[in-house]
Design a binder for this molecule. Structure first.
Ligand code: SAH
Length: 225
């Protein structure tokens, strides 16, 4: 397989954004993102479209950025790592549930490795913005819902992957019941200051827990806003 993945030509300063995106992809590779499908997904989602104008020049830095409403668009490395984790042992996913749509960036990345993505966001204004954004990019295999994702989306399950992009103290039990066999659930778990990225692989009805890196996410909150 080739060593470089060509970023898509997506306007915004043309070559400048393409070059900075390529540098980001190289950095992700150097940090241990080996899954070519994940790198290709990131190469084809223009992150600068998911941040406000004033932050566009920083869109391809490997850092989280504010998206308003005290929320952030996740760090590209963490998006790549979580996507790599949910793919564990599989080439593509069928139904994926994401809790915490935020900007919709992670949703768009997931949409490139899944048949269908279901994503829930508790802040109405963000849900609406993400909807417009994904629609504008022509992404059609995503269903968004404005609401509290704490209890998942049982009507659409079971899911072969569930991803939380906001941190609970403990992942709610009910989410595991919406995970299919061989399914992977990935989530940051912890308090405001200290969180660990964890993932569970469900085998014969039992979810086995694995630990990944320390992370910083916004908290998972109940109710909608
Ligand atoms: N993946 C997103 C991350 C956004 S930050 C991105 O890269 O842009 C996490 C998001 O989770 C925030 O938008 C926050 O409002 C949302 N959130 C927090 N608790 C939630 C809940 N119970 N249900 C749904 N969304 C929630």
């Amino acid at each position: 397989m080739s060593d470089t993945i060509q970023p898509s030509d997506h306007g915004f300063g043309g070559f400048i954004s393409q070059r900075s995106q390529q540098r980001l992809l190289d950095a992700l590779r150097a940090k241990g993102i080996k899954n070519e499908r994940v790198l290709e997904a990131l190469a084809n989602v223009p992150r600068h479209e998911f941040v406000e104008e004033a932050l566009r020049s920083r869109a391809y830095e490997d850092t989280a950025l504010p998206i308003g409403y005290q929320q952030t668009i996740s760090q590209p490395y963490v998006v790549a790592l979580m996507t790599q984790l949910v793919l564990t042992g599989r080439e593509r996913l069928k139904h994926v549930l994401e809790i915490g749509t935020g900007s919709g960036f992670q949703t768009a990345v997931l949409s490139r490795v899944s048949a269908r993505v279901f994503s829930i966001e508790r802040i109405g204004a963000l849900a609406e913005r993400a909807f417009r954004q994904l629609e504008g990019l022509g992404i059609e295999n995503v269903s968004l819902r404005h609401g509290d994702g704490t209890n998942g989306w049982s009507a659409k399950g079971p899911f072969d992957a569930i991803m939380l992009t906001a941190a609970p103290n403990r992942v709610p039990e009910t989410l595991f019941s919406q995970l299919s066999d061989q399914g992977v659930l990935v989530a940051p778990e912890g308090n405001n200051r200290q969180q660990r990225l964890l993932y569970w692989i469900k085998q014969d009805g039992i979810a086995i827990r694995h630990q990944s890196i320390d992370v910083v996410f916004v908290p998972l909150k109940t109710g909608q806003a």
